[in-house]
Ligand binder design. Structure first.
Ligand SMILES: *[C@@H]1O[C@H](CO)[C@@H](O)[C@H](O)[C@H]1NC(C)=O
Length: 433
């Protein structure tokens, strides 16, 4: 059994306005605030400096809501006016004009008003907080950041960012993968390399892998990459993740990520920094996905499409069949202002080997690919957007895993599944001690 999420395109129903924004920028506050603090606070008050920093950061992330919804999982979802979102604090997005719809869609969808029907009453639940309400048009749902979320990070500055200080060179033993390998991180991925990719799509099976240590995570995502794997890597990422450190629980959550300098100073998860412009009022980044797949029983998946608008150069993201979530504005990037040179799909976990053994943190469903449908997790209908702005199956799909006995991947191609693969594994087991 599969369930695909279908939605109504209510976001464009009446939206024909463009908002020109002149915002009082609060971005410089972080630096300015720190300077002031360290000069006015003398001796032994590191704690209060941190406290103020945390408060300031919270104030910057959590915008004045029009309405607040309490999700059954403890999340607070703030419906924030679309023009008040964090994106517009970005120095490169001063006077940015919000795009209310993409100029182009690789599946040939049109977003003209006449084609859009009024939203129906019955909408499938795809995120847990939908059980307790919805955000109205003109607002976007933002998962409220709590003080404890920030305190779990190693510093205020690192909160919401991938912890990736160095990016080792590709292993010479393996022919291709310019994969970002980081000690302790394990992957099972499929990838394509080339000169001009203008997007990617996949339908990803959703599970709740067990995480052994709170500082570990398990995610399943796609990466859209450009630039060298040195200091200037550009990356757009989206998928689902379980990350106790980031969210404070073991829930499976929808996430996005971006960076334009190999995870150093720029970018973040979700809306945890300025950059991504959200226009959709139904889907909250970082919110729990519902329902999830069960071993040997019901299977659920999410579809994610990311593509470049050839006119404006922005990278758009669609969730499910109809939810255009928003976009990463072109000015955020260097290499991705042209095209992507590599697309990757698959899983990643952190193996901290805290007890001297391989972690038992699971990838995908926690079961190996050979178990197949209903038991192993999958990516299906994986596609790229080519130089003609058309979606097609990737040619010459490569695969990469560090330790097949811990996590593995198996590709295939068939009928309505198109190009697909099963991936994942349990981590620690007799063959992965
Ligand atoms: C997450 O799951 C692990 C076991 O897999 C458990 O030890 C831990 O307490 C859970 N964390 C939270 C925040 O629920």
């Amino acid at each position: 059994m599969e369930a695909n999420f279908g939605f109504e395109k209510n976001w464009v129903r009446k939206v024909v306005f463009c908002l020109c924004l002149f915002l009082v920028l609060s971005a410089p506050l972080t630096c300015a605030g720190r300077t002031t603090l360290s000069t006015t606070t003398t001796g032994g008050s590191g704690g209060s400096i941190q406290k103020l920093e945390v408060q300031k950061h919270l104030k910057n992330l959590n915008r004045q809501p029009v309405k607040t919804i309490k999700s059954p999982d403890g999340d607070i979802i703030d419906c924030v006016h679309v023009s008040h979102q964090p994106a517009f604090d970005h120095p490169d997005l001063k006077n940015h004009k919000i795009q209310v719809r993409p100029n182009f869609h690789p599946e040939g969808k049109t977003f003209g008003e006449s084609k859009i029907k009024a939203s129906s009453n019955s909408k499938p639940i795809t995120q847990l907080w939908h059980k307790n309400g919805r955000c109205s048009e003109g607002t976007i749902p933002i998962r409220r950041t709590k003080k404890d979320d920030i305190l779990r990070a190693s510093s205020v500055q690192k909160f919401g960012k991938k912890n990736q200080r160095s990016i080792p060179q590709p292993k010479p033993a393996k022919p291709l993968p310019d994969i970002i390998t980081q000690s302790g991180h394990q992957h099972a991925i499929a990838y394509v390399e080339g000169d001009d990719f203008y997007g990617a799509k996949a339908t990803i099976n959703v599970w709740d892998p067990k995480i052994q240590q709170p500082n570990e995570f398990s995610l399943s995502q796609m990466w859209i990459l450009a630039g060298s794997f040195g200091q200037d890597l550009n990356s757009i990422e989206a998928g689902w993740q379980v990350s106790p450190d980031l969210y404070g629980d073991n829930n499976t959550r929808l996430f996005t990520y971006w960076t334009s300098d190999a995870y150093q100073a720029t970018g973040c998860y979700n809306l945890l920094c300025s950059g991504f412009v959200q226009i959709n009022n139904d889907i909250a980044l970082g919110a729990s996905i519902f329902p999830l797949s069960n071993y040997g029983s019901s299977q659920y998946d999410i579809s994610i499409l990311v593509w470049k608008d050839p006119k404006e150069g922005n990278w758009w993201m669609q969730f499910g069949n109809d939810h255009v979530l928003g976009y990463w504005p072109a000015p955020l990037f260097s290499y991705l202002t042209e095209s992507a040179s590599m697309i990757e799909w698959g899983g990643e976990v952190v193996n901290s080997e805290s007890d001297g053994q391989h972690t038992s943190t699971q990838m995908g469903s926690g079961h190996f690919p050979h178990e197949g449908f209903g038991k192993a997790s999958y990516f299906k209908n994986i596609q790229i957007v080519d130089g003609d702005n058309k979606l097609r199956a990737p040619k010459d799909l490569g695969t990469y895993t560090e330790q097949q006995n811990c996590y593995n991947l198996k590709t295939g191609s068939a009928g309505d599944w198109g190009s697909y693969f099963y991936y994942g594994g349990p981590g620690r087991n007799p063959n992965c001690p």
